[in-house]
Design a protein around this ligand. Sequence first.
Ligand code: ADP
Ligand code: ZN
Length: 682
Amino acid sequence: MDAPTPLLKSVFGFDQFRPGQQEIVEAVTAGRDVLAIMPTGGGKSLCYQLPALMRDGLTVVISPLIALMRDQVAGLREAGVEAGALSSANDPTETDRVLDALESGRLQLLYLAPERLANPGAQALLVRAGVTLLAVDEAHCVSQWGHDFRPDYLRIGDLREALGGVQTTAFTATADEGTRAEIMRRLFPDPPEVFLRGFDRPNLRLAFEPKNAPQSRIISFVKRRHGQSGIIYCASRKKTEALAAALSREGVDAVAYHAGLDPETRSDRQDRFARADGVVMTATIAFGMGVDKPDIRFVIHADLPKTVESYYQEIGRAGRDGLPADTLTLYGIDDIKLRRRQIDDSNAPQERRRADHQRLNALLAIAEAPACRRQSLLAYFGETRGEPCGNCDLCDTPPERYDGTERVQKALSAIVRTGERFGVEHLTNVLRGELTERVSQRGHDRLPTFGCGSELEKGPWRDVFQQSYALGHTAISETGSWSVTESGWEVLRGKAKVMLRKEKSTPKRAAQTRREITDPADAELFDALRALRTKLAKARGVPAYVIFPDATLHDMVARKPDTLDAMAQCSGVGAKKLASFGSDFLEVFTGEMPEPPHPARQQLATGPGGALFDALLATHATLTRGPDGLDKYLTLQKTTLAEVARQRPQSIQALARIRGMGDQKAERFGPAFLTVIQAAEE
Ligand code: ADP
Ligand code: ZN
């Protein structure tokens, strides 16, 4: 397959494959079993949807995410594909429609919730239906050791056998070795072809900041992104509520989400987030699986995540449409303590807890990375990246560093002199010479360290402590008392130097999002397109991005189409969507509804045939009475012209064979048409 199949444009409206998609589509089309590991947003679904349309028979997609499944089916149907879903969310008419299409052999893609596999009737139905491809989405759900284990996934192997060992493809974003091996073992009798796509998500901007008046920092971050959808992850339920309230007071459309809400409220809020533009969700990690919204523009961690894996998975929910998206992680000493305590308090075996501490350390290392964060992050996943990324806070504004040895020595000495029994609050008071009740009670005002650090405010001292901790010079016990580690003693004894990052005084403005619209006229256009999209989505009861994703609206603004042909060139505009929505969107640019074109012409609009059709039509008009205007009146139907444009015949004989043409008309129009076709080919 040199050129991508025309279906890529005509059905999905894409001009090109995303990296990795083509190889996978080719392998699937060639009939091979495939296990593909692609990062979230990499475009996995296309890898089974496209092959499904390129073959006869039914493709069955197993997916555990019912909301996601419904959206995909809605999207496919808008694109003119016969797709259906069977899940607990169906109403009876919907189920009837799907079964009808299935029995009559029209159905091309059937999405199935794994629970259905437990039903013997379902298996029999599939056996009768002529399944030619099995696609297992979120394949890591088959892993018993993973977080998302779904027992029903274990039935997939049986289904495969019942379907005569049908070709099977599996997709996941979970990369670790163990899970991968388990997927292979459970889903494939023979090893499949494995595709492992890189984990870089270059459109995500990475940033970490020490917590410093976090609430106002978050509010200003969100307000600067007015009208954008985002998620703010918080460590506690209470905090999600408080933050949502604070944001709402500032006029932000914010709602909270956590496991303590009743299921109805939860699904209402999730729905609103998915469907409306610009909702900000303050959430615990309960908000995760199944968040399929492609145009989430930012993810903030109001508190430090648990591990690098969870950090990466959570920020990965932003920017699935490939457009720039922002992430920001705030962290402070209290976070680190909280996470450590959670690990220690868990009932996990000791080995697991040790591993969890190490994974937390890895995250802290990224938080305190000396240079490009993406390099550190990808290194954690075993990928090396030569160049700094240019899309993280450290690349944008490399932190200034200074020799902080003396400061750290003061901090460490305060720890040691007070007997390694206190937290940062008290230690800072001692350093700054604050005569608090506790200080005088303990007699710490008589220590040589008392007041030796009065040159620094509280905030900067906390920062020194935090960095010394992240650098491994200090440790914190379960009760929150600080102690000095071995490497800390090296510093105290003057044997090691410590370079510290200068605290950012004011949070730096995020770099301009590259896709930001700067021209006010363009911004107005974009808003108009978005409003139209909302209207159409509401009328059809589908999420806005099912009509067109942001990427498509941006492309429209960039291209400013003034004809349906030009509209068809925009990324994400396929034939069916052009027919359904093309005129409405065009009106935003031209100010008027275009004449509805002939359906035959319209079908050609998404291919190169469109211009050829127009040229043939024009030529045809000059020849209806022959070259001299004196001959018998002959005309061709538009469907015939469309067929000529599609077939591009190279001889009068071939032309004459086209339906509706015949010898007489071929003789009249043939020579001129062949010239036009040849010209189109050059
Ligand atoms: P995931 O891998 O997370 O399942 P999806 O299949 O949902 O990702 O795709 C993510 C987004 O990328 C969707 O909005 C989809 O329309 C878009 N997309 C997929 N393939 C392409 C492509 N070849 N060109 C442009 N956009 C694409
Ligand atoms: Zn970088």
